[in-house]
Design a protein around this ligand. Structure first.
Ligand SMILES: Cc1cc2nc3c(=O)[nH]c(=O)nc-3n(C[C@H](O)[C@H](O)[C@H](O)COP(=O)(O)O)c2cc1C
Length: 448
């Protein structure tokens, strides 16, 4: 958490924005801690149900599921964080629709390996089953690596993935829009990636189309969001980077004739709460050590060094050997010259007396909000009112109870201040997010 920056304009009074909150199911991401007794199953329905019910009781906007279609591996070894399992998105969200009432249900489904007709049908189904609470996080995914699990292997370059994604969502919209009071209408689409001729098989759900989220940070990704998304899931979580990102995607939306207020921005945010700032700091340090286990620390370095470092002691010093240049890295791809990065890491470790594991903790696991419930509530509100974002997708470190303390201790403070809803005003996710209804004419365009 940074110090208050007085020269940053903050919205006040009637210009204040409502805060929006999403609950990320702590799946196989690198912040999840699962080798502790309190860590529950990543697969049992009770885990999904618990997190969703805590989020709904706290009046969160939505529940969020990420997606990984292949176990990450490196130098022939499976990343230990990935072996907890990851059930199919639509099955989980459909089951959650039955045990929740108002909570939005957001699922990540990639546009690279699916077909628009099928995904349009699946999200329309979820929107019906949930009475208008479906959201689709449209991702393009890494190609060659994930593609090996499909019939195609690697087949699309980065820019082509976004071209396919743009055409994918266009065709999906054509299917959602092709049903009115007179029944279904024929969809005929001939494009670079899809040649489709047919009818939707069910009417669109209560929202007209699901809320569309986008996650991906390149210029192409941002343009894709500006053209098609209602909201962006981003990693830009600091105040300065957030403000820059918010302004950038707002400009891109405006350039396309859209109202930037209809493109919401939600950074991912981790958090640690304590009764005092010191207690929260101590807890945060402890959690970081759990997040970066010995194998995770060695894996991280191997992605820079490109060679097998399993012989090194994670609690010892960094390797003296230089990285190999033909390194193929999966997962967190690093930019830049591996030799320079390695030198930087060594300098940092030597200057601060850090072991391999301590260095990796420093590089990868800084929690965003650490403090008392009051200070965390202050910070979240400040970020939103400073136009660094419209809210956060909170990423707890524990399954399934990781959101419990935030819901019990931070949300009531935000509610008392009128910064966050105490009741749901509407029934659909579009209502919760303050998004305009999809136009009845079914133009398939973002209104505004
Ligand atoms: C915050 C964030 C979350 C993401 N979540 C997922 C995910 O759950 N599943 C997935 O396959 N890709 C995910 N992605 C990857 C993007 O879909 C995209 O493939 C990747 O970021 C490369 O695109 P870019 O160069 O535009 O960033 C995510 C990206 C970001 C920035």
């Amino acid at each position: 958490m940074g110090d208050p920056v007085s020269d940053i304009p903050v919205r006040e009074g009637r210009h204040r924005k409502p805060i929006h909150l999403g609950a990320h199911f702590p799946g196989v991401n690198n912040t999840t801690v699962w080798k502790v007794p309190e860590a529950g199953s990543q697969i049992d329905f009770t885990s999904f149900e618990h997190l969703a019910q805590v989020a709904e009781d706290a009046k969160f906007d939505f529940f969020f599921l990420a997606e990984g279609l292949r176990l990450r591996e490196h130098l022939g070894r499976i990343h230990d964080l990935d072996v907890v399992g990851r059930p199919d998105t639509f099955g989980v969200l459909a089951a959650l629709a039955a045990v929740t009432d108002r909570l939005g249900l957001a699922g990540t489904i990639n546009t690279t390996f699916n077909e628009p007709f099928e995904v349009a049908r699946q999200f329309a189904t979820l929107d019906h089953l949930s009475d208008g609470r479906a959201a689709w996080n449209m991702v393009t995914s890494s190609d060659a690596f994930t593609g090996e699990n499909f019939r195609r292997g690697g087949f699309l370059a980065h820019a082509d993935r976004y071209r396919r994604a743009g055409e994918f969502v266009t065709v999906a919209r054509e299917f959602w829009d092709a049903w009115d009071d007179h029944g279904p209408h024929r969809v005929v689409h001939r494009g670079d990636y899809f040649a489709v001729d047919g009818y939707p098989v069910l009417p669109p759900g209560p929202q007209g189309r699901p809320v569309l989220l986008q996650a991906g940070d390149s210029a192409d990704g941002r343009e894709f969001a500006a053209a098609h998304a209602d909201a962006i899931f981003t990693r830009h979580g600091t105040l300065d980077a957030g403000r820059e990102f918010y302004a950038d995607v707002g400009r891109r939306a405006a350039a396309r004739g859209r109202n930037p207020e209809h493109l919401k921005v939600f950074p991912a945010a981790t958090f640690v709460l304590g009764d005092s700032a010191a207690e929260a700091d101590e807890k945060a340090r402890h959690i970081r050590r759990l997040q970066v286990g010995p194998q995770t620390a060695i894996n991280f370095l191997e992605q820079v060094w490109g060679s097998d470092l399993s012989g090194y002691d994670p609690d010892g010093p960094l390797p003296r050997e230089d990285p190999t240049f033909d390194a193929v890295t999966l997962g967190r791809t690093r930019q830049g010259d591996p030799r320079e990065i390695a030198a930087r890491y060594r300098d940092r470790a030597e200057a601060d007396g850090l072991s391999i594991r301590e260095l990796v903790i420093e590089m990868t696991s800084r929690q965003q909000f650490v403090g008392t419930p009051e200070s965390v509530a202050d910070e979240i509100d400040r970020y939103v009112q400073a136009d660094a974002c419209d809210g956060f997708i909170l990423v707890p470190h524990l399954t399934p109870t990781g959101l419990d303390d935030f819901a019990a201790d931070v949300v009531p403070i935000l509610q008392e201040r009128g910064a966050f809803r105490s009741e749901y005003a509407g029934t659909t996710l579009r209502d919760h997010l303050g998004l305009p209804p999809v136009d009845a004419a079914g133009a398939g365009r973002a209104t505004g």
